[in-house]
Design a protein around this ligand. Structure first.
Ligand SMILES: Cc1cc2nc3c(=O)[nH]c(=O)nc-3n(C[C@H](O)[C@H](O)[C@H](O)COP(=O)(O)O)c2cc1C
Length: 489
């Protein structure tokens, strides 16, 4: 790894020319607007905001950290030019279960440079932006890691669950139904016990990514991240909640959630591209202490219409996890998978297979729709043959339009796992949704008589481009135009 903490990551990204500094942008409007622009521009840089009006110099916000494959490679400690499939393979290798390493508890860390307790607690001390114009409040927690512990075991789970500022001493935490943090929280609430929580605002992007992904049940994201880094993650124990928190975190808010202390949370611009879950009553964290480094940095990952920053890297990582889960479920002959950014890497997933037996395509489709990676808030799964490029929307649509026939090719799964964020479900009926499986493979029974597709295979295409690609180069076209326009001698 070329970096240790978030500051180290920024320095490493700066060294390879991937960071821009922006001064004077307002938390009320500019930062949200600029971030939206970055999220929707290919190859846009990571941006570090400083000199935010109303806040001391040095209070910074980093956005767009992992928007490019180059920066994602940096985050995972891989060569910067790693291509899509090798990156996915490396990610799967680095996250093999036998690599996981428990965190190392250290007595102190930079996170304790400033300790605010009692009357000193002031969440408004930090420049939390208003990310979208119709948000119900300022969100300090977007690129956030929430640490919770299972009340019945030693399992410490890290999840990215958004955090809205209520006032100087209280924040609201939204956790979707079914998420691990929600299961823990509800287990405490059922017993009418307070639920300890540490809200980590600003860590290096690898732990953040871990907390946004489907890490296996019972495995702590600290262990998983330690496995990728090849060394234990350093944590300190918060004296109030007894939870382990990253020793080099930028800002941490700690305290307890209570079953009977709720406040309105939302609306918030969400990953589906809507303010879909509106405003609800959610548990409030009455902040008992704030720990922060000198000149702390907030990691900002506000949702925007898909695809936005996380979708750019989740296209690789969730697709890789889907491949792993299909294999683990015993589906043979899976050649590739792609969770499309346009569907937030959840709503539209495609799997390619080398068909081996009758029913194989349906098996792949149903497992992809219902395995852990696919189960929450999915919509459409498409299964294609292995000659289709699963990352190419055009190729996938062509397969759907030419190989499927609605009466033979569609399955619907009813009453699947959804929740308040689902824009397509009536506001009073959220909870379940349905799934469409499209079998866009050549029909098994007559696959040998299926019309032969026009066009070269991938290897032939590559060969043609290598030999004749110069025809497409702009410089060649310009030279030819100039030659044609030149007066005859
Ligand atoms: C940028 C970002 C923001 C997210 N915000 C939330 C959120 O506010 N609430 C939530 O329940 N899940 C949110 N998620 C999804 C969870 O972090 C994700 O499902 C993760 O796997 C949850 O951890 P768990 O599986 O251990 O529960 C977000 C994901 C990303 C990438």
């Amino acid at each position: 790894m070329r970096y240790g903490d978030l500051r180290g990551w920024i320095a490493a990204a700066r060294e390879i020319g991937e960071v821009r500094d922006v001064r004077g942008a307002s938390w009320e409007e500019d930062i949200g607007r600029i971030t939206e622009m970055l999220h929707h521009t290919d190859d846009s840089p990571a941006v570090l905001f400083d000199d935010i009006p109303g806040y001391p110099k040095g209070q910074r916000i980093l956005v767009n950290a992992n928007a490019t494959r180059r920066r994602l490679a940096l985050t995972f400690g891989l060569p910067l030019d790693t291509e899509r499939r090798p990156l996915m393979d490396e990610f799967l290798r680095l996250t093999e279960s036998d690599r996981a390493l428990p965190p190392r508890v250290v007595p102190d860390g930079p996170v304790f440079e400033n300790v605010l307790r009692g009357a000193d607690v002031d969440v408004l001390k930090f420049p939390s932006p208003f990310w979208h114009p119709l948000d119900g409040g300022r969100y300090i927690g977007t690129g956030v890691v929430d640490v919770l512990k299972d009340p019945d075991s030693d399992w410490v789970n890290l999840g990215t669950y958004r955090v809205m500022v209520q006032d100087s001493r209280r924040v609201g935490v939204y956790i979707s139904p079914g998420k691990h943090g929600r299961q823990f929280r509800d287990a405490y609430f059922k017993r009418k016990q307070p639920c300890p929580i540490a809200v980590v605002v600003g860590v290096e992007p690898l732990l953040f990514i871990a907390s946004t992904l489907e890490v296996p049940q019972g495995v702590s994201e600290y262990d998983w991240t330690g496995g990728i880094r090849g060394e234990p993650y350093e944590v300190v124990i918060d004296p109030i909640t007894k939870l382990p928190i990253p020793a080099a975190a930028e800002i941490v808010l700690v305290g307890f959630l209570h079953h009977d202390r709720l406040a309105p949370e939302g609306p918030f611009g969400e990953w589906t591209g809507y303010y879909a879950s509106g405003e609800r009553a959610e548990p409030v964290l009455e902040v008992e202490a704030i720990y922060h480094r000198d000149d702390p940095i907030i990691l900002g990952v506000p949702p925007n219409k898909p695809p936005y920053e996380p979708h750019r890297y989740r296209e690789y990582l969730r697709s890789a996890l889907l491949l792993r889960e299909l294999k683990a479920a015993g589906v043979p002959g899976v050649t590739d998978a792609h969770c499309f950014g346009v569907g937030g890497c959840r709503l539209f997933n495609v799997v390619s297979i080398e068909q081996r037996y009758a029913g194989h395509a349906r098996q792949a489709g149903h497992v992809a729709a219902m395995c852990r990676v696919g189960a929450y808030l999915g919509r459409i799964v498409v299964v294609v043959d292995d000659d289709i490029d699963v990352t190419d929307l055009n190729d996938v649509m062509w397969a759907i339009l030419t190989r499927s026939d609605p009466e033979r090719s569609l399955d619907i799964i009813h009453r699947a796992w959804s929740g308040p964020l689902d824009p397509a479900i009536h506001p009073d009926e959220k909870g379940h949704n349905s799934r469409l499986i499209i079998d866009a493979t050549k029909p098994w029974e007559w696959r040998d008589r299926f019309p032969i597709a026009i066009g070269p295979d991938a290897a032939t295409k590559r060969e043609t481009r290598k030999k004749w690609g110069w025809i497409l180069e702009k410089a060649v076209a310009d030279a030819m135009r100039e030659a044609a326009a030149a007066p005859a001698e």
